[in-house]
Design a protein around this ligand. Structure first.
Ligand code: SR1
Ligand code: MG
Length: 407
């Protein structure tokens, strides 16, 4: 047993040099390797390592939040990310980095290097097409959710994963607090532009909104439908040309499928609110529809073709019962949509007034203009929480500020 030590670039070289398979992937000797720290998220250290014949990505958890050393935290999050990656990678070929190694003593996950990729958030800020990656991500959520759910497998295959990922309590606590609780109460972690004071007060005193948030807390903690990514925002997605990869599964847990869908939709909606360019808004709205429609088509196709051996909604050959089964499937998808709408709203709210805010609005010059754009996003989220749209067309209609005039 080797005591945990936080890695620096030289430590990364020593770590890899001591692991023959990983060292062989890099080629040459440790002194020939270049290590670049690219830590960008809130929690962990990330290094890219370039050898003479190969390259790797090394990720290590810290005993605290990376961006806040006073916020202490257990190290086990890379263990959950490694387990998520190993479980999901074969289900969504080519849509994650390849898993290579996990060291449970140093809490180091080694995987394929995505050098040359940028986050989807950065790409969207720079005007990249949002529609093609959204289709791919709709397919990603459909496959990863369906194939880890009770709809695809006998319960005996689900329960070991359910038990394991239920142990991801530290990061689940962060989601419960930061996404589903703090924004609706006084908390020192919250902050927002002063121009939004009245909007935040109105949101917090709205009984419909508070009731809906309570219902979402219940859905999140008590509806283990599938293995979720758990933090599917536009910074957890890397793209390069047509190549899309989902990274950072450290928040993985069994939960409602609409949570992953909702987070992705929220970040397209935030990008929509942050721009004033009408054609750009149209393509972001089209991306929202493309994501949701691909999710539905792929999920239903999997359900109709890959449900053998499952214990739920047992397939039948009686034609009158087949009709009934279709109605049940539609009801299930509608339930996922209702959850997605609520979680999208909660994600938008917390990215505007909570601890971990989004950079989508950073390019806007002037506090007043920035607050105006953020108010559009906040009003949209509040409207979603008060009165959920019935379908994705109604959802995108609500993106127009005049649809949500009262906050
Ligand atoms: C303290 S962690 C803050 C946020 O960063 C992660 O990416 C998650 O979104 C989390 O809520
Ligand atoms: Mg992350």
């Amino acid at each position: 047993m080797t005591a945990y030590r936080t890695l620096d670039p030289e430590g990364v070289k020593r770590f890899l040099a001591a692991r023959r398979e990983l060292a062989e992937r890099l080629g040459g000797e440790a002194q020939d390797w270049t290590v670049r720290e690219v830590s960008d998220g809130n929690l962990n250290l990330v290094f890219l390592v370039f050898g003479t014949t190969g390259r790797l990505c090394v990720k290590q958890s810290l005993p605290h939040v990376r961006v806040d050393p006073d916020w202490k935290m257990p190290l086990d999050r890379t263990a959950f990310e490694a387990a998520w990656l190993r479980r999901i990678e074969p289900l969504v070929p080519g849509l994650t980095p390849a898993f290579l190694d996990f060291d449970p003593e140093q809490f180091v996950l080694t995987m394929e290097c995505l050098d040359g990729f940028v986050t989807l958030r950065e790409a969207l800020t720079n005007g990249a097409d949002p529609i093609a990656p959204s289709r791919i991500l709709g397919g990603f959520v459909a496959r990863s959710a369906f194939l880890t759910s009770y709809l695809a497998q006998p319960f005996e295959a689900v329960t070991p994963d359910l038990a394991f990922f239920s142990g991801n309590t530290t990061l689940t606590r962060i989601t419960v607090d930061l996404v589903l609780t703090d924004p609706y109460r006084e908390h020192p972690r919250n902050h927002w532009l002063p121009a939004l004071d009245a909007d935040v007060a109105a949101m917090r005193s709205d009984p419909q909104i508070i009731a809906r948030i309570g219902a979402l807390q219940e859905r999140f903690l008590t509806t283990p439908q599938a293995l979720l990514h758990g933090d599917l925002h536009s910074g957890s997605i890397m793209i390069a040309d047509h190549d899309v990869r989902v990274i950072d599964g450290e928040f993985s847990l069994y939960g409602p499928i609409g949570f992953d869908c909702g987070l992705y939709l929220a970040h397209l909606a935030l990008a929509h609110a942050a721009t004033t360019d009408a054609p750009r808004k149209e393509s972001l709205a089209a991306a929202i529809k493309a994501f949701w429609r691909t999710f539905c088509v792929d999920f239903l196709h999997l359900w109709k073709t890959q449900a053998h051996g499952a214990d739920l909604y047992v397939p039948t050959t009686f034609s009158n019962a087949l009709h009934e089964l279709d109605a049940l499937r539609t009801r299930f998808i509608n339930g996922v949509f209702h959850d997605a709408v609520g979680f999208a709203a909660a994600e938008i709210v917390r990215r505007l007034i909570g601890y971990a805010q989004t950079s989508d609005f950073d390019h806007i010059q002037g506090q007043q203009s920035k607050a105006d754009r953020q108010r559009v996003a906040l009003s949209f989220a509040c409207a979603l929480l008060r009165d959920a749209p019935a379908d994705i067309d109604a959802f995108t209609e609500m993106l127009h500020p005049q649809a949500n005039l009262r906050i």
